[in-house]
Design a protein around this ligand. Structure first.
Ligand SMILES: N[C@@H](CC(=O)c1ccccc1NC=O)C(=O)O
Length: 249
């Protein structure tokens, strides 16, 4: 199914029959990715007296409860409500779901004991940037990311001035394969989150950060359209299935 898209004075063609899924599918065992010191999600049949919600145990339907945390376990999209004292939900603030996007791959730089994404690295990759969404794939990239336990790993993070640069480029939606854009243990500073949303000075309520994506190596760096579709939750963050579409012409 082909679509012709007019976007800011330009025409593009994409093929809806070739989606490039960059989400991680959530599972109820320790092969699910984990962060923030939680154990893995649970997907278990409802048990109520003699009833077990499992066809193989005599029920007419499979009927599971699911326990998970969007920030710790799922490809998830968050709004400024993640760091604000007032309540803001992703459902309230994200109202459109299709964006021009750029995918770049960056190997973070060593800085003391940390690995960081710098402004300089971004500037080199985003010279003639013209999109609403930026997807950053961390190098090295490997399939083990879909079942990694990130807790206590001090993952790579975005430096504050690099995130300010991202905001100043007008990027509304930022996607990363890390559990956070900030340092794992940062005494609650959350400098990159604050810089991205410009919180609390000039808050960008319609801007989002999507974390814990996985971009398979077969997807090349370049320009795409992005369908960013968090599930409808009245919460600061919701599980999400971001999907890229290659621009054919
Ligand atoms: N880096 C913060 C902690 C933090 O961001 C956090 C801690 C527990 C659960 C979730 C967190 N952030 C999630 O997106 C800190 O060190 O205080």
């Amino acid at each position: 199914m082909l679509a012709n898209i007019s976007h800011q004075g330009n025409s593009y063609k994409i093929d809806f029959s070739h989606p490039l899924d960059i989400s991680i599918s959530l599972r109820g065992d320790n092969k699910n990715p984990m962060a923030w010191y939680l154990k893995h999600p649970e997907i278990e049949p409802v048990i109520d007296g003699d009833f077990i919600g499992k066809v193989s145990k005599g029920s007419s339907v499979n009927f599971n409860n699911i326990w998970f945390n969007p920030h710790a376990h799922a490809t998830h999209t968050e709004c400024v409500g993640h760091i604000s004292s007032e309540t803001h939900t992703i459902q309230q603030h994200l109202k459109t779901f299709f964006f021009k996007a750029k995918l770049i791959s960056i190997e973070p730089q060593k800085k003391g004991t940390d690995l960081v994404f710098t402004k300089d690295q971004l500037q080199k990759k985003l010279k003639d940037f013209n999109a609403e969404a930026l997807v950053v794939r961390t190098l090295p990239n490997y399939i083990g990311k879909i079942s990694k336990n990130h807790s206590h790993t001090n993952w790579p993070y975005i430096e504050e001035d690099a995130m300010t640069y991202i905001r100043e480029l007008g990027i509304k939606h930022f996607l990363t394969d890390q559990p956070s854009v900030d340092r794992e243990k940062d005494e609650g500073k959350l400098l990159a989150h604050r810089a991205f949303w410009d919180y609390p000075k000039n808050t960008r309520f319609d801007a989002t950060i999507t974390e814990l994506i996985y971009v398979p190596n077969k997807i090349e760096d370049g320009d795409y359209f992005l369908n960013l579709q968090p599930a409808s939750f009245e919460n600061d963050a919701a599980p999400c299935k971001p999907v890229l579409y290659k621009i054919i012409e």
